[in-house]
Ligand binder design. Structure first.
Ligand code: NI
Length: 136
């Protein structure tokens, strides 16, 4: 009997999508407004879902306080009000697309969770555009 437990969090961050191996015109063609050399921001929403069995001692899959602390420490404290390209080590050599941000968040949070719990990350870059990563 497995139950999914989710928490939603929010951060604002600036980024630029750019592949230095490509020409300026190719970058503009590929990334459009997200290639703006003077940066731009997004209001990101992140939903972390933890799936597991209910602990008979507590009645919890995971203590929400624990999940909140992990999200704050691994995601919000590192990304909120930052320039992802310049301020966050994970993106020094990796384009901060929604896909890559979701993978980075998953990898960071995965390390903090017990092995018997499954983790899935949904990242909204806009209200309409979102990506999901579950470690596959
Ligand atoms: Ni963008």
């Amino acid at each position: 009997m497995k139950v999914k437990v989710s928490r939603k969090a929010h951060f604002n961050a600036a980024h630029r999508l750019h592949n230095p191996a490509l020409s300026d015109s190719e970058n503009e063609e590929l990334f459009g407004k997200c290639n703006n050399p003077n940066w731009h921001g997004h209001n990101y929403d992140v939903i972390a879902t933890v799936k597991g069995t209910i602990d008979p001692k507590t009645g919890y899959v995971i203590d929400m306080k624990v999940l909140k602390d992990i999200m704050n420490e691994e995601v919000i404290d590192r990304f909120d009000h930052r320039n992802l390209n310049l301020d966050v080590d994970d993106f020094q050599a990796m384009n901060p697309t929604a896909e890559n941000i979701a993978v980075v968040i998953w990898n960071r949070m995965r390390k903090r969770l017990n092995d018997n719990l499954e983790l899935s990350i949904i990242l909204y870059e806009t209200e309409r555009n979102f990506v999901e990563y579950s470690g596959e």
